[in-house]
Design a protein around this ligand. Structure first.
Ligand SMILES: [Mn+2]
Length: 309
């Protein structure tokens, strides 16, 4: 089974893309990472030759390259995920059996073959930090009511809530992407355009908007899910598949010491990022990397005796 992978980034999230690519390289990935972006190429890839209009190819190592795809959409990138996955299957890699989207703040920790077959005959997903969301959870009841006002029924039983940072879709379920986009359009019509990924309070009917839309799409479509637990993104201990640096500040911005003194020691995902920041793609000058590593070690030491409950 051939799974083609993609990500989306802008601004300094290119540092996350570089670390993701380094981790994919270590995992033994062969092929292309399709990286949609707004704005300039990353500083570490400025010399990447143009292969088509709006496309630049950067060789990570033998057999693995990143193709940067200039994306023209006014949408917040979180809202663009299903469209970009659809482009991978239709436009970029018509021979792939599946397309996998990974956020640029994710690191792959396991051998590639485990990820590659994950979307076989089901949507590949990881449970979110708070993953229990029973079928008749009050939020699901609210969602069903809003969808019914839009003439959409969402009665397929779901009892888990999934993270939208990693989504794998087999070609046989490509139609799921349209359902996700449609759910997104309904969410946007409710909360208004131009909003980021977090909206209002946790109790708002739509809070993590693109992710809520993903979970709505599962209720609408009844698509089979190939899920791993929240440990698979290092939200719980014992994970070995992926590491996801959710929230802020992102690990490439440092601040490990300051955060540790606020009671938030460096996360497993921050450590995974730094481990993958040097080869084959060198993301930082040695002095900068050393200072990040030192702050991370000190932050972790502080965290051994001082942390928020
Ligand atoms: Mn993320």
């Amino acid at each position: 089974m051939i799974s083609s992978i993609c990500t989306l980034f802008e601004g300094d999230y290119h540092l996350g893309v570089g670390a993701l690519a380094n981790s994919l390289s270590a995992a033994g990935y062969q092929g292309t990472l399709w990286a949609g972006h707004r704005g300039p190429l990353p500083p570490w890839a400025v010399k990447a030759p143009q292969v088509q209009v709006g496309m630049h190819r950067f060789e990570v190592r033998d057999g693995f390259s990143i193709t940067f795809v200039q994306v023209e959409t006014p949408l917040h990138f979180a809202y663009y995920k299903p469209d970009f996955l659809d482009r991978v299957l239709t436009e970029f890699d018509p021979n792939a059996d599946a397309a996998i989207y990974l956020d640029p703040d994710i690191i792959v920790k396991c051998p590639w073959h485990l990820i590659e077959r994950w979307p076989s005959e089901g949507i590949a997903l990881v449970e979110d930090v708070h993953s229990a969301m029973p079928q008749r959870h009050p939020m699901r009841l609210a969602w069903r009511e809003i969808l019914s006002h839009h003439g959409v029924s969402a009665n397929h039983p779901c009892d888990r809530y999934y993270n939208s940072g990693f989504v794998g879709v087999p070609r046989s379920l490509q139609g799921f992407l349209a359902t996700w986009s449609k759910a997104m359009a309904i969410v946007i019509s409710v909360i208004g355009e131009g909003k980021g990924i977090k909206h209002g309070a946790s109790s708002d009917v739509f809070h993590t908007t693109d992710q809520d839309a993903l979970n709505l799409a599962l209720m609408i479509s009844g698509a089979p899910v190939n899920a791993a637990g929240s440990d698979a993104m290092d939200f719980a201990t014992g994970g070995y598949l992926l590491s996801h640096a959710i929230g802020t500040p992102k690990p490439w911005r440092g601040g490990f010491l300051r955060e540790a003194l606020r009671g938030f020691p460096p996360t497993t995902a921050s450590k995974a990022f730094l481990r993958n920041s040097d080869a084959p793609i060198r993301l930082f000058e040695p002095a900068r990397r050393a200072s990040l590593a030192l702050a991370l070690a000190l932050g972790a030491a502080i965290g051994r005796f001082y942390r928020r409950a």
